[in-house]
Each structure stands twice: as C-alpha cells, then as structure tokens.
Write a protein that binds this ligand. Structure first.
Ligand SMILES: Nc1ncnc2c1ncn2[C@@H]1O[C@H](COP(=O)(O)OP(=O)(O)OP(=O)(O)O)[C@@H](O)[C@H]1O
Ligand SMILES: [Mg+2]
Length: 306
C-alpha cells in the first residue's frame, strides 16, 4: 500500500439531472437527480483507494458547501488537507437526456486569494516527504494563474516525491515546462499544448525530462512512453454509460502498477481495463472485480516503435 497525495485545486459538485428531452426557455421536469462531490484529484483518489492505497487530499474548498466533500472524505478515510476559502465550490450541472445527449453547465468556482495559495503551500510543505507519489489533476480556480501553478509544481517536484499531472490548456502548458515525473494528456490536450505532431510532442516531452507520458486516446486506448517502455493498449469495445472519470481511472490504475513495481504490460493492461470499466458505469471505481478481470483479459497490447 502506498501513501498518495492528490491535489484538486478546482473541485466541483456534480449535479446530474435526468430528463426526457431538454426544451430551452421553458420549465423542464426532471425525473432523476444525483449529486456527487467530484473533481479530478478526488476522482483519482477514489480509484486509488479502491486499489488499496492510503490517500491524502488537498486543494481549495468553498466553505459554504463543503459538507458533501467532507462526507466523501470521511466515508473514504481520506486525510483532509483542503484549504477552505470563502464562498461555494462550483457546481457542474449535467443535463442527461433520454437519447444519451449530455449538456454540461459548469459554474464558476470561488475566488482563491493569495493568502489561500500561501496557506496551501505552507500546510503541504512539511507533509510532502511522507508520500510515495503526488497527483495534481484538473483545472485552475479563479485567482490561480498558470505561473503560480508552475511555482506550486516546482515546489512539489523539489520534494523528490514522484509528481504526476493531468490538466489542460494553459495549466497543462505551465506543467509541461516544469517537467513532472508523469503526465497524462489526451490527444486533444497534447495537440493544444505541443502541436499536432503527437509523436514529436511525446519525444520532446521525454527529452525534456518527463519520465512517463501516458497519451490517452479515448475509445482507441492509450499509448505509454516511459523509460524502456513504448506500449499501446487497445480496450475491448464496451457499452458506454458515461465517460466521466475515464481519464482519472486510467491515471490512478497506472500509478498503482508503477508504484507496485509491476511490469509495464501488466500495469497498462490493468489501467486500460479500469478505464474501460469506468465508461460502462454512470459513476466510476472498481466495484465488479469479475467484470474487471474479463476486461483485462480482453485488452490488446502492442509495442510501439520508439
Ligand atoms: N469508449 C471507451 N471504451 C473503452 N475505453 C475507453 C473509452 N473511452 C475512454 N476509454 C479509456 O479511458 C481512457 C481515458 O479516456 P480519454 O482519453 O477520453 O481521457 P480524458 O479525455 O482525459 O477523459 P476525462 O474526461 O476523464 O478527463 C482511454 O485511454 C481509454 O483507455
Ligand atoms: Mg482528462
């Protein structure tokens, strides 16, 4: 069992409303409602907990609606290191229609001030060395500039603890310049940060000192480039219930294999299966071990030319 710290700077309360067909501009009756404390670092933490690890979770939480997050952390036995900020953590509303179409309405997060940034750095600094890995995942809240984010990542990396980052846009570009130990962009995110020649982009990142690049390719699977590793995994075809948490599941299970000292093939097979299992569920996480074993057996692995 490893001790892992995940950072979610911009968590969200996911509110899913089910309705037959969305009609804009009129009252719509919904026949289902679910609310979940979420955010990429918290999602990664939950899958890592399912895989048997001990988790600390940090980031910024709006004080006004912290209860569902606190309930989740309590239920999962996570060590709560979140800095509380005034206001509400954002809500991300998902309107799920009967034909499978989903409309996302992502709210603004609370404003994070310089004092909160300082507090997070101060509180985390003495605790970093007690962890086997650090995962920073998701977007930046209002008030957090990519430059500050890069500074945070540099501080985390300087602790010597392996640092994994999953973000997008300006935050991903800032992160890549810091050269963390592992990054997990999807194809679109990598193209936006490094240009459309993805093979050249991956080579560039590796040359710059990023040890592991997990390039996720949606239903087509994932390419893993690491020290002595150049592997592609292709998942079996599965019925898609919701892709929420697929990337987070892939990252969590990859980390599990690497931290467990498994061979790359075994690691990637598990990670691809855990991600495929996530898409078959409305939520994510490892609940059905038999289904997971079937998915693992059906993952195809290929070696990639370096
Ligand atoms: N339809 C699918 N069938 C099987 N596996 C899938 C499917 N979609 C995604 N996956 C798996 O999940 C992994 C991550 O998906 P994707 O590349 O879409 O990540 P992402 O865009 O970062 O997702 P997220 O929305 O969670 O951030 C893929 O590498 C793949 O292994
Ligand atoms: Mg992603």
């Amino acid at each position: 069992m490893a001790r892992i710290l995940t950072l979610t700077l911009n968590p969200a309360l996911d509110l899913t409303l089910r309705l037959d067909q969305l009609q804009p501009g009129v009252v719509n009756r919904c026949h289902g409602f679910a609310s979940h404390a979420a955010g990429k670092g918290l999602n990664v933490a939950q899958v890592l907990a399912d895989l048997g690890h001990s988790l600390s979770v940090a980031g910024f939480l709006g004080r006004a609606n912290a209860a569902p997050f606190e309930a989740l952390m309590h239920r999962r036995g996570f060590h709560d290191l979140f800095v509380r900020v005034p206001g509400e953590t954002r809500s991300n509303i998902k309107l799920a229609e009967a034909d499978g179409r989903i409309t996302d309405l992502n709210g603004p997060g609370p404003q994070v001030e310089a004092e909160h940034l300082e507090q997070l750095l101060e509180e985390l600094a003495p605790l970093l060395a007690g962890h086997d890995a650090i995962v920073v995942a998701g977007s930046l809240p209002r008030g957090v500039a990519p430059e500050w984010f890069a500074g945070l990542l540099r501080r985390l990396r300087a602790s010597g603890v392996p640092l994994a980052v999953d973000s997008s846009g300006a935050a991903l570009s800032a992160a890549l310049a810091v050269a963390p130990w592992l990054v997990k962009p999807n194809e679109e995110e990598l193209a936006e940060a490094c240009g459309s020649d993805l093979a050249a982009a991956v080579r560039g990142l590796r040359a710059q000192g990023i040890e592991h690049v997990l390039l996720s390719r949606g239903a087509a699977g994932v390419d893993w480039h690491g020290p002595g590793i150049a592997l592609r995994a292709i998942p079996p075809r599965v019925a898609v219930a919701s892709t929420v948490g697929a990337g987070d599941s892939l990252l969590a299970a990859s980390l599990h294999g690497v931290l467990s000292g498994w061979p790359a093939e075994r690691t990637l097979r598990l990670a691809t299966a855990v991600a495929a299992q996530a898409v078959t569920q409305v939520g994510f996480g490892i609940h059905d071990r038999e289904q997971l074993a079937r998915l693992e057996a059906a993952v195809q692995l290929q070696s990639l030319e370096e």
